[in-house]
Design a protein around this ligand. Structure first.
Ligand SMILES: Cc1cc2nc3c(=O)[nH]c(=O)nc-3n(C[C@H](O)[C@H](O)[C@H](O)COP(=O)(O)OP(=O)(O)OC[C@H]3O[C@@H](n4cnc5c(N)ncnc54)[C@H](O)[C@@H]3O)c2cc1C
Length: 335
């Protein structure tokens, strides 16, 4: 394993903010994982897993702890269990999607181009365009830092819901994900797809609906609206959408707020609320509200987490005052 000291969190996260992490350990083998946690214990420091930092924010004072990064890569299939693919946690998530689509497996094509590693995908149950990873999740090999055991956790163990699993709620920072397994589907893809994919199909006269072609469409839609982490500092959607109950629908729509019904429930698009507050495209404390997708905040010139926090608070307060909804932040803060 590779241990580095005082590594700027700004270099480990796509928002590119944050002071030094006391230690960063890259784990190259399963045995390394236990050693990395033993190292953290020996230093009396907390240990937190990190991937590419696409959903993680660093504070200006840094993180007095040990960040542990999975750098084990590879995608395999067991001939005895057809359709189940195993991705080592350090594999780039989009490589997993590309692999599945090339094999004509369906289930994750709409999750194309989501930045990050395979190990982080189940943590917040990544989702886009009507799919989320829980839909085809099978299980994960993990290290339990509380008991020191290597285990396999099932889909049920993860208790997935919208942008949630036990990994970012009840058991936050307890388990280190070594590898994930997905149960892929084979067969026809059923239309209608998610709204924006259907709009793309109509606009571009698409007639081929293979996983690879849907992947191509999703990639094109994303490239149009979302920043590329390679060139633009952001953490993707900064706020979660708001899920409501059937009982709340009338009261909300009668206020002129549009709702969206999908497989995952009834939601209010938080980006719409931000737009209606006139904040889309605005530069607030060096943070730009993405004019093409208002949920996404871009770090244009902020030099500190405090500036980001000020921009976030301003947006949240403006939406709260106008609509009475308290937006929830999606990215996690390293504390
Ligand atoms: C431009 C952009 C677009 C995005 N679009 C989407 C989108 O469409 N949908 C979506 O859901 N998300 C989206 N995101 C958010 C992000 O891509 C996902 O949350 C992704 O899974 C983060 O991966 P990561 O490797 O960067 O994880 P990190 O940000 O490094 O970590 C995320 C969480 O996973 C935990 N973690 C990391 N590794 C492990 C491990 N080995 N074991 C246990 N826990 C671990 C961390 O502790 C942290 O809590 C977007 C982000 C950006 C920048």
């Amino acid at each position: 394993m590779r241990v580095r000291e005082n590594v700027p969190i700004s270099s480990l996260t796509t928002m590119r903010l944050g002071g030094p992490a006391r230690f960063l350990i890259e784990v190259e083998t399963k045995a390394d994982v236990a050693s990395a946690y033993a190292f953290a214990r020996s230093q009396n420091l907390p240990a937190v897993p990190i991937g590419t930092g696409a959903n993680t924010l660093g504070h200006d004072e840094g993180f007095n702890g040990v960040l542990i990064k999975n750098v084990m890569t590879g995608i395999t299939e067991d001939p005895d269990n057809p359709g189940i693919i195993t991705a080592m946690g350090g594999t780039v998530w989009d490589d997993v999607v590309e692999y599945a689509c090339k094999k004509e497996y369906t289930g994750i094509e709409a999750l194309s181009k989501i930045p990050g590693l395979a190990c982080a995908a189940p943590v917040q149950n990544i989702g886009a365009y009507g799919q989320d990873v829980s839909q085809c999740f099978y299980n994960a090999d993990v290290y339990d830092s509380e008991t020191g055991e290597y285990k396999t956790l099932s889909k049920e163990d993860f208790r997935f819901s919208y942008r949630k699993s036990i990994m970012n709620t009840t058991e936050k920072n307890r388990y280190f994900i070594i590898a994930i397994r997905l149960q892929m589907q084979v067969g026809r893809m059923n239309r209608p797809f998610y709204n924006s994919i259907e709009e793309y199909i109509t606009k571009h006269n698409e007639t081929v609906f293979t996983p690879l072609n849907v992947r191509k469409m999703v990639s094109a839609i994303r490239a149009e609206k979302l920043p590329d982490p390679a060139t633009t500092a952001s953490a993707g959607s900064f706020f979660k959408n708001i899920y409501i109950t059937e009982e709340e629908v009338y009261q909300i729509t009668s206020r002129g707020i549009p709702i969206h019904r999908g497989n995952d429930g009834i939601k209010i698009n938080s980006g719409w609320l931000i737009e209606q507050c006139g904040l889309s495209g605005q530069l607030i404390y060096g943070i730009r509200v993405n004019p093409k997708a208002s949920l996404v905040l871009i770090n244009e010139s902020a030099k500190s987490f405090n500036e980001l926090a000020a921009a976030r608070n301003f947006i949240m307060n403006t939406v709260l005052e106008k609509y009475g909804f308290k937006l929830q932040q999606e990215p996690v803060e390293l504390v």
